[in-house]
Design a protein around this ligand. Structure first.
Ligand SMILES: [Fe+2]
Length: 235
């Protein structure tokens, strides 16, 4: 029998591999793609003009040297960034239509901000509220500037078993080291953190949140709702 396509390479040694298939039911999906044609010089020029503040809540518990975020939390709404908003929306639409098959539902980018991680800075594990999906576009990624780590927050390790080899089926934490021009989408409830920047330069990325807009659910059902996601207005 032919090996099913989705079987992980690391499970090759399992001698029944040709006779079984393993399906990670209801798995959390993290999307990665590289935007080859992105004009990073233009974007990084715009980012140079931006003001920053410390990211996260004031009660950070386990990271002393937390990363910086732009004071503007709607950066993609600025005229100069509109071209980038379009590129990101196009990429997300490809994902939500082709993979998730959400052809009839639009998503709006709600908040968007630049994250600057200076040498030795990192972030806490956190997730994003008031959105369904989140995304990151990597802008400047010096070697060893720190990747992103995702955590299965719901695995309380009530019974902790140490596998001989970690893989997609037995891990509670995943780390990725994206390079500049990489774009990533993930469900907003997943806990994630920025790993310490061990380079001598700043690491820059653009983060954003997305919310579904329009008619959600089956019309006539008790969960039907018509959501209008408006443009942000300063208070
Ligand atoms: Fe985040």
């Amino acid at each position: 029998m032919k090996k099913p396509k989705w079987v992980m390479e690391s499970l090759e040694s399992y001698n029944l591999m040709n006779k079984i298939s393993i399906t990670p039911l209801f798995a959390k999906m993290v999307y990665f793609s590289i935007l080859e044609d992105l004009d990073l010089t233009k974007i990084n020029k715009l980012v140079k003009k931006i003001g920053f503040t410390k990211a996260g809540e004031k009660n950070d518990r386990d990271v002393a040297n937390i990363v910086n975020m732009s004071l503007d939390t709607h950066i993609l709404n600025n005229k100069s960034f509109k071209f980038l908003k379009k590129i990101i929306e196009k990429e997300f639409n490809t994902y939500k239509n082709n993979v998730l098959q959400y052809h009839n539902t639009d998503f709006k980018i709600t908040t968007s901000w630049i994250v600057k991680s200076e040498p030795d800075q990192a972030s806490n594990y956190h997730n994003h509220s008031n959105c369904m999906y989140s995304g990151i576009l990597y802008l400047t990624t010096p070697t060893n500037c720190g990747g992103i780590s995702f955590l299965n927050y719901f695995d309380k390790e009530t019974i902790k078993i140490i596998p001989t080899q970690y893989n997609l089926h037995n891990s509670t934490e995943f780390t990725f080291n994206p390079t500049a021009k990489t774009i990533c989408f993930f469900p907003a409830d997943i806990h994630h953190k920025i790993l310490p920047n061990h380079s001598k330069e700043a690491r820059l990325s653009l983060a954003f949140n997305l919310f579904p807009s329009g008619q959600l659910g089956r019309n006539g059902s008790d969960s039907f709702v018509n959501v209008k996601v408006g443009e942000y207005e300063k208070a």
